[in-house]
Design a protein around this ligand. Structure first.
Ligand code: NI
Ligand code: MN
Length: 228
């Protein structure tokens, strides 16, 4: 079972069972000071966090990762250059690169490509698999044809896809991404935080659910999805 809490923008807290059977708490792209954030950074400094996944080095994704990792001892997982930066800041970091499974003992993690830019290294997405669920967080990305391989190889149960346009896929491209990945559930992200990425998630839901068996779960910041 997994509990996924949306923290606004591209930030999620996920509690899932690791491959070792123990509960893991992870954060993905924890920019907890985003305008829609329902939480305080300080609250997350007191939580037991195991891993913080950072998809790329833009402020709205790196966010509060370093300070939360410092306070909690969480390991930051990112592409080589992002992990190097994190370790230079005195944080425990796991580096890796796009390709095969990372050597993390309690989760199966794969970095996927993302079509975007980054201050350090290149942007990525993450497929994260625990004992009984797998999640694909696409990071910031445009649509790319290899998303169908992500569906084929890793069959993620849940995907988090950007839908806001301007900097990432918009609704039209994200619907196509769902067609290629075929997850059970799609959660839209990276929209309505600022005017340029204002978008109607209901449109995404309607277009996906009219053309696939995927269910779209629109989480308001602070809401959780329990799966299955
Ligand atoms: Ni970005
Ligand atoms: Mn972004």
């Amino acid at each position: 079972m997994a509990i996924i809490k949306y923290l606004g923008h591209s930030a999620f807290e996920v509690v899932l069972t690791g491959l070792d059977g123990k509960e893991k708490t992870i954060l993905i792209d924890p920019w907890l000071e985003n305008p829609l954030s329902p939480v305080k950074v300080d609250d997350y400094k007191k939580k037991p966090i195991d891993y913080i996944f950072v998809t790329h080095d833009h402020g709205d994704h790196m966010g509060n990762a370093i300070e939360i990792a410092k306070a909690t001892g969480a390991k930051i997982v990112g592409i080589f250059e992002v992990a190097l930066y994190a370790s230079e800041q005195g944080v425990d970091a796991v580096d890796g690169n796009i390709g095969g499974k990372l050597k993390i003992p309690d989760l199966e993690v794969v970095m996927t490509p993302a079509l975007h830019s980054s201050q350090r290294g290149v942007p990525v997405g993450f497929v994260i698999r625990g004992k009984d669920i797998s999640i694909y967080h696409a990071g910031d990305t445009g649509l790319f044809a290899e998303m169908s391989l992500i569906g084929e190889l890793y069959s993620p149960d849940i995907v988090m896809l950007p839908i806001g346009g301007h900097y990432t896929m918009g609704v039209k491209e994200a619907v196509k991404a769902v067609h290629m990945i075929r997850p059970r559930i799609a959660i839209p992200m990276h929209y309505n935080t600022f005017p340029p990425i204002k978008t109607d998630p209901e449109k995404f839901k309607e277009l996906v659910e009219n053309t696939t068996t995927t269910k779209v779960v629109i989480l308001k910041p602070g809401e959780t999805l329990t799966y299955p």
